[in-house]
Unconditional design. Structure first.
Lengths: 394, 302
């Protein structure tokens, strides 16, 4: 057993990078991520962490420096949030194309304007197509554990893709929870040093990212698509290995909570799952068989798990904590498209809520569950609804 | 036979896809002669992003990292940090970017890299416009020049703004070493790289690299125009070490019009307008001489 300490989600992220022995950290401060970089600066200044910490002048440069460091053969880490992540967008694409297994903690924060520093998933959901593995954490322990797991997945020779661990602003980033720090020795056994097959090497000079013609470019992209598919299996495998070593596992891409006999199920990502699980327990005590599936990996998307859910449960409600303007939320669209070509066709309804830090309270979750039972009785009336907003549907 | 003053080692092989008479080709060749094999280079979007050739071919025999347009400074900070973390401190890290990638879109990352004292060399090869994309003006395009985004037209909308002075900006960062160099003077250029390699901290080299295609100049005049640029005060060759200026090449007493009139990009300029440009370079030259005198006097005093 490792030491148990009280830490915030941001400190957990910093500890995760330290335990993973990140060799290069390049980061730029942004609320509410700041305490991640402050903690790393403290680790370095106290001699607790042997890393080269590059104090860059923007998030764009943070990611550019991480990519260069990773291509040079060093394990790289960064952390950001919202506008910082958006500024990185070009380099997020680059990190994927360059096949650099950088791990990043992103504190999920709403995008301005109007300014908001509070939680929703717009920032990371908008980066869906950049080729990053994306996880959404529910607890501070999961933030720490997933950073370690992410390096193992990302650096796998069959993957070699960057990975992002998302934590909800303030709900995790600034909230103290008891977290077990795994023993460094065990982490070292679990996560060997980063040894990329190809790197910038004066004894074996190669070019990285050179111009390619149309007859080659698609081949590179196809390999990335395959790598992302490989990641799907590696995530499950690494989570199992992690559980064997540290006694904690998260269920791979999706955590199923009381789904086996459920009449209706909620699909949710991030900290709202904790509240929703409480409500599920309460509802079950009242006789309503409610289940919950927590999406941990948004990329690669757990389509197989969604099909298993669809097989068992006829009514599914998806909570979207970001808005994809023009149609349903991204989580809803993904769930629906994962299930569509399977032989099962449950009713799937989209619930927008928790935008810009608005709490997803037990009352809000109950409203959604009531509505799902309404769908069970009366059929699917409206596919996409806005909950807990003036002029909204519920 | 005379003494060979330029290293014989070639780290740029044949097969580059530069235009005829390209100054950036010579710049790269001399830079690599100056730096040698133990070098890792980062190149952003610019002519040289394309010129090494299409994958899997590569005309550069050093490890090469392509990076996004505006990221050269950050990229070389990343390479250096990784090399330091891996205990490979004796490798030279160099960024090789164009004038647009340096003076415009990449200036933030460059400033950051210099301010945080990355031990690396940043080279700006200056062909005075966005040449890879087809001759659009940059902030390094000189006053008076035609480009595709400063067309002359009927309204005379050629570039009216002065060329941004990157050396001044670098000196303001208190950079340990900054120098200008020209492809017409390879010994001077190579000496500066050899020197930069030995200095700890950030280094900046501004290399004048004529672009016959974009300057509307006969390709065989690439080196001649570079010599004329120095002779006519269109380009000054000097270095600044810890704030102390040293002029390396003296201009000859030639009028700027000799330089101007060889290039199609200036063909619209009237005698009067050329005279204005002459006054501007005279002023700049006087300023540089005074800076040299002033900073050298300060240095002696300290």
């Amino acid at each position: 057993m490792g030491e148990r300490i009280m830490v915030t989600g941001n400190y957990s992220a910093a500890y995760g990078s330290k335990l993973s022995r990140a060799q290069v950290v390049a980061a730029y401060p942004i609320t509410p991520q700041t305490t991640v970089v402050e903690k790393i600066a403290e680790f370095v200044s106290e001699g607790y962490m042997d890393t080269k910490y590059i104090k860059v002048e923007s998030e764009h440069s943070a990611m550019a420096a991480c990519i260069a460091a990773s291509n040079t053969g060093a394990r790289a880490f960064t952390a950001t949030s919202a506008h910082g992540l958006a500024l990185m967008h070009e380099l997020l694409m680059w990190a994927c194309g360059a096949r650099t297994p950088i791990v990043m903690a992103n504190v999920n924060r709403a995008m301005g304007p109007p300014w908001s520093v509070w939680a929703d998933h717009q920032d990371s959901v908008a980066q869906r197509d950049t080729g990053w593995i994306q996880f959404y954490a529910e607890s501070n322990q999961e933030v720490l554990d997933m950073i370690i797991q992410c390096y193992k997945v990302a650096e796998d020779p069959d993957v070699m893709l960057p990975a992002m661990v998302n934590e909800d602003a303030f709900f995790l980033s600034h909230t103290y929870e008891a977290v077990e720090l795994p023993d460094q020795e065990l982490v070292d056994e679990f996560l060997p040093p980063f040894e990329p097959k190809e790197k910038l090497d004066i004894d074996d000079p190669k070019g990285f990212g050179s111009l390619v013609m149309p007859e080659q470019y698609y081949e590179f992209r196809y390999k990335i698509a395959q790598a992302m598919d490989n990641a799907r299996h590696k995530i499950r495998k690494v989570d199992k290995e992690f559980k064997e070593k540290f006694g904690r596992g998260y269920g791979g891409l999706v955590e199923f909570y009381k789904c086996d006999d459920a009449e209706v199920a909620l699909i949710v990502a991030g900290t709202a799952a904790s509240t929703a699980k409480e409500v599920v327990d309460y509802e079950r005590a009242q006789g309503r068989k409610v289940g919950l599936a927590r999406i941990r990996a948004f990329r690669p998307f757990p389509y197989e798990e969604m099909r298993i859910l669809a097989k068992r449960i006829p009514i599914i409600g998806v909570i979207d904590r970001s808005i994809t303007f023009g149609f349903g939320g991204a989580m809803f669209a993904e769930v629906k498209s994962a299930i569509y070509n399977s032989e099962h066709s449950p009713a799937i309804k989209d619930y927008f809520t928790g935008i810009g830090g608005r709490d997803i309270t037990p009352a809000v979750v109950t409203i959604i569950i009531d509505d799902l039972y309404n769908v069970a009785e009366n059929g699917l009336d409206k596919e996409i609804v806005y909950v807990d907003v003036i002029g909204g549907d519920l | 036979m005379g003494k060979i003053t330029i290293p014989e080692e070639e780290l740029m092989s044949s097969g580059h896809v530069g235009c005829h008479g390209c100054g950036a080709v010579l710049a790269m060749r001399y830079v690599l002669k100056g730096l040698g094999k133990k070098t890792i280079m980062s190149i952003p979007a610019c002519c040289w992003a394309v010129m090494p050739g299409v994958w899997p071919h590569r005309a550069l025999e050093i490890p090469l990292l392509n990076t996004a347009f505006e990221t050269t400074g950050a990229s070389i900070s990343g390479i250096r940090a990784a090399l330091d973390a891996l205990g490979k401190e004796d490798i030279t890290v160099v960024g090789f970017a164009g004038d647009g990638g340096t003076a415009d879109i990449g200036i933030q990352a460059l400033s950051g890299m210099v301010e945080r004292s990355t031990n690396a060399i940043y080279i700006m090869y200056d062909n005075e416009a966005y040449m890879n994309t087809g001759i659009q003006r940059s902030s390094a395009t000189p006053r008076g020049a035609w480009t595709t985004t400063t067309p002359v037209g009927t309204q005379g909308t050629w570039k009216k703004n002065p060329k941004k002075n990157l050396m001044d900006i670098m000196v303001a960062h208190k950079i340990p070493y900054a120098a200008t160099a020209s492809i017409a003077y390879p010994e001077d250029l190579i000496r500066k790289l050899t020197k930069a390699k030995e200095i700890q901290g950030p280094k900046f080299i501004h290399i004048y690299a004529p672009c016959p295609t974009g300057w509307r100049l006969a390709p065989e005049l690439g080196v001649d125009i570079a010599r004329l640029a120095v002779a006519t005060k269109a380009f000054f060759v000097y270095e600044v070490e810890n704030g102390v200026y040293k002029i390396n090449l003296q201009p000859k007493d030639k009028p700027l019009s000799e330089y101007i009139k060889l290039q199609g990009r200036f063909r619209h300029l009237s005698e009067e307008q050329i005279n204005e440009l002459q006054k501007a370079v005279d002023w700049e030259w006087e300023r540089l001489q005074k800076l040299e005198k002033f900073t050298q006097a300060l240095y002696k005093r300290s």
